[in-house]
Design a protein around this ligand. Structure first.
Ligand code: BTN
Length: 252
């Protein structure tokens, strides 16, 4: 693909940047259109959860993509986005993060960013809206999540400028999207993801998938980004849609 032209639309408040981007995609908005809001009143998370999005406490961002590569590789869009968030936080905030499969960004094992990719049928064909929510300050999540959530401010003791994070994010997102579309791109993206994630290999996890729970050790990613795991009885299984939690050693 040629150079991707991005345009950023900024709003003080929106129900959800993903919804706004999807609405515009349906009407034919081009690939690369970004939507940013100061707050979301109906922010959406994975598994129909709510994404709490108070004013000026987080980066609430969505981008429209119109991938031309085979749909079997589309799950890599969220992995590619996680790589971009990881690199943007390193560039803009000198913050080293981990990626929990498939695409949660963690610091000290607490979630700092969530990614929600949604497909949408449009007059120009099927598009993907990739939404990113980054906790910039601890006001971005409710106090009952202190044990499991974190923010850039908590992790670095500095208040990050939203525009600095946004500029870095858009820059690296485009670089990695273009990389993904090149010949051999999927393999490169899987490799880059593994290089940034402690979950890629040798991590003891619990998987919950289709009402089934089991423990396993991670054994790398498939070509489409699915997680390969080895169960306790030595069976190799491929996890595509499950939720993964780390098993913490019990300290006595
Ligand atoms: C998750 O549950 O981990 C995904 C959270 C994704 C939240 C972002 S915030 C910007 C965009 N707009 C939404 O409504 N959701 C995503």
């Amino acid at each position: 693909m040629g150079n991707l032209i991005t345009q950023i639309l900024r709003f003080d408040s929106l129900p959800s940047t993903n919804l706004e981007a999807a609405r515009r995609a349906v009407e034919g908005a081009p690939e690369g259109l970004c939507v940013v809001a100061g707050e979301q009143t109906a922010g959406r998370g994975r598994h129909q959860r709510q994404w709490v999005s108070p004013k000026d406490a987080g980066l609430y961002f969505s981008i429209i993509l119109r991938p031309r590569f085979e749909q079997s590789v589309w799950p890599l869009l969220t992995l590619m986005t996680a790589i971009a968030v990881h690199d943007a936080l390193l560039d803009a905030c000198s913050l080293e993060t981990d990626i929990k499969w498939p695409n949660d960004i963690l610091v000290n094992e607490k979630k700092l960013c969530g990614i929600l990719a949604e497909t949408v049928e449009t007059c120009l064909g099927r598009a993907v809206v990739v939404g990113i929510g980054i906790n910039l300050t601890s006001k971005s999540f409710s106090p009952d999540l202190y044990g499991v959530a974190s923010s850039v401010e908590d992790a670095t003791s500095k208040s990050p400028g939203v525009e600095v994070v946004l500029a870095a994010l858009v820059r690296v997102l485009i670089t990695h999207y273009q990389l993904l579309q090149r010949r051999g791109g999927p393999e490169v993206i899987v490799g880059e993801w593994c290089a940034r994630s402690s979950y890629a290999t040798g991590k003891r996890i619990r998987v919950s998938e289709n009402n089934e729970n089991f423990s396993a050790i991670t054994r790398g990613l498939e070509r489409d980004g699915a997680l390969r795991v080895e169960t306790d009885d030595g069976e190799i299984r491929i996890v595509r849609a499950g939720d993964v939690t780390v098993v913490r050693p019990i300290s006595v």
